[in-house]
Ligand binder design. Structure first.
Ligand SMILES: *Cc1c(COP(=O)(O)O)cnc(C)c1O
Length: 358
């Protein structure tokens, strides 16, 4: 069976060797040496000033909304994972969708201004499949209208734009280190704030608001990463460049084999060092997509309709029409892409797709 993704795991001995440090000290959570070491390694590798490791990739989105004190309308994308929009609702704000660009699948920055009202407080945009949003255009709009920007960079580990880590854009960026993501800690994530004051505020927020053992800065919650997760991160991080290289080769192989077909591919923003975290292909219509899925499933291959449905079609988010996101979400499919996917497997998958297309 071939699934859309497969969690990268090196030799278990490597994990055990790092985990032993937690055993030796009986310190398995509350920001021990392993989590701090992981944070430092990520900061150094990607030249980032601030990071807070978290227990998953959803809490940092909720923390960002809470920590920036947002109340009211938040402009966001209808083409993302549910966590982007559910976090807005969970924090008692109102998601206002802006449709996406047909080629990049990211929020269409040229349509944002028309959606701004007196109640708009922020923009939360997703770097869809790791492809950076038009961060310059969004920054310009945010500055002009006094809005905060949060980037859901759950897919974007290792991505750079104009020579800078994608995590350094916006007031806050968040990432997911879930087992299905390109870099993972089993469950996990991170929050990246763009200045020291905001970082400190977010840091308190993620640890119950603690100011020492007996005092509090204010309201907080528990979003801490454990040492067990930290150990997993330290095991995987040394492989990340290799993981991206392997995916890059697989991505190129798919594109070569599928180039003379009617399939569409995502357009990656210029000046980007991409991470090849997904290979989405766009069909002409949903019937074609369903035929291909059926053919692949028959051969025990399980791609994923990602993202489907468009978020404005989810029951508690309904009421705004997003024609482009709705159309693309019905026609897009993420093909299997992971570290040890072989050339032969890519060929098999491509042959089935081409057969079903014709
Ligand atoms: C995976 C994902 C999340 C949520 O991350 P978790 O670690 O699963 O909580 C949020 N946004 C996007 C775009 C994602 O793909």
């Amino acid at each position: 069976m071939i699934h859309v993704t497969k969690t990268f795991l090196p030799d278990q001995k490597e994990y055990n060797a790092i985990l032993k440090k937690a055993w030796d000290t009986s310190w398995i959570t509350n920001r021990g040496d392993l989590v701090k070491k992981l944070e430092n390694q990520i900061k150094e590798k990607y030249h980032i000033d601030h990071i807070i490791a978290t227990t998953n990739g959803t809490l940092p989105l909720q923390l960002a909304i809470k920590g920036l004190g947002l109340r009211g309308e938040i402009i966001t994308t209808p083409f993302s994972y549910i966590a982007t929009a559910s976090s807005i609702v969970w924090e008692n704000c109102k998601p206002v969708f802006v449709d996406i660009d047909r080629e990049t699948y990211n929020i269409d920055a040229t349509k944002i201004e028309a959606a701004i009202t007196e109640d708009t407080k922020a923009i939360i945009a997703t770097h869809v499949f790791g492809n950076p949003c038009d961060v310059e255009a969004i920054e310009g709009i945010a500055n002009k209208h006094g809005l905060k920007t949060i980037y859901d960079a759950a897919h974007a580990f290792g991505v750079e734009h104009k020579g800078k880590s994608i995590f350094s854009y916006g007031d806050i960026s968040t990432c997911s280190f879930h087992a299905t993501k390109i870099f993972h800690t089993g469950e996990g994530g991170a929050l990246f704030a763009n200045n020291e004051t905001l970082h400190e505020h977010m840091y308190h927020l993620h640890n119950f608001g603690h100011n020492g053992p007996e005092a509090f800065h204010g309201l907080g919650i528990n979003a801490k990463m454990s040492e067990l997760q930290g150990a997993m991160g330290l095991t995987i991080l040394p492989y990340i460049d290799q993981i991206i290289e392997k995916r890059k080769a697989a991505y190129a192989h798919y594109k070569e084999l599928l180039k003379n077909t009617s399939l569409g591919f995502q357009k990656i923003l210029e000046n980007t060092k991409y991470n090849y975290s997904y290979i989405p292909v766009l069909f002409e219509n949903e019937a074609q997509l369903l035929r291909v899925i059926e053919g692949l499933n028959h051969a025990n291959i399980f791609p994923r309709r990602y993202f489907y449905p468009a978020l404005n079609m989810v029951n508690y988010l309904q009421g705004q029409e997003m024609p482009i996101a709705e159309s693309i979400s019905k026609r897009i499919l993420c093909l299997p892409l992971f570290y040890d996917l072989t050339k032969e497997q890519i060929e098999t998958i491509s042959i089935i797709i081409k057969e079903k297309l014709s």
